[in-house]
Design a protein around this ligand. Sequence first.
Ligand code: IYR
Length: 228
Amino acid sequence: MEEQEKTAHPVLAFKGVRYAQSEMLQRSREFYHNMERRRTLRMFSDKPVAREIIEYIIMTASSAPSGAHKQPWTFCVVSDPKIKHLIREAAEKEEYLNYHGRMSEEWLRDLEPFGTDWHKPFLEIAPYLIVVFKKSYDLEQDEKRKNYYVNESVGIACGFLLAAIHHAGLVALTHTPSPMNFLQKILKRPDNERPFLLIPVGYPADDATVPDLKRKSKEEVIVWFEAK
Ligand code: IYR
């Protein structure tokens, strides 16, 4: 077989940041303590959030690694009350069915500490709804271009998104109304996009509460394999 000539692709010298050991320890500890304070909120204030903040948060998410650097995502940002109303109506319709027969008894029991039900007022109260879409393929001049590890890539981007929201001093809910194909219709997304997560973003309500949860300890989540 004839060897294909390789095209040269440009590279850049990697100029990473360097910290002293002690500084690394301090930075990682501080980052942990900050991230560990993040909570998922269901009670939002309607206080507006500057558009530019949302833009930076989303561009942080879009800096996430992705399969073959395809960045297979679209972030729809909804602040229009009319569209928020449509989304709430459609989500509540599905969730009503979930809570009245589609979810198992075990599942409903597991959700009890969170006090969730089919009512989703936060979909109209939060100033912004970020609707994350995954793209299983891209279209270039009507040609399908495949994307890779799409769920992993978009999941990582959503992790970055949630971290950026927290870092900015805002709160979010990772909401998964199910099924959520209504989002594709309401937001008129093309056929290569599928809804992945619906993330209301804003300030917490003044009287917001969160469930009293404990996180797993390091012994429960880390398994070390070290030379003896
Ligand atoms: N999608 C439903 C149910 C729900 C499921 C899980 I898993 C949660 O962590 C929370 C809720 C709802 O949004 O109410």
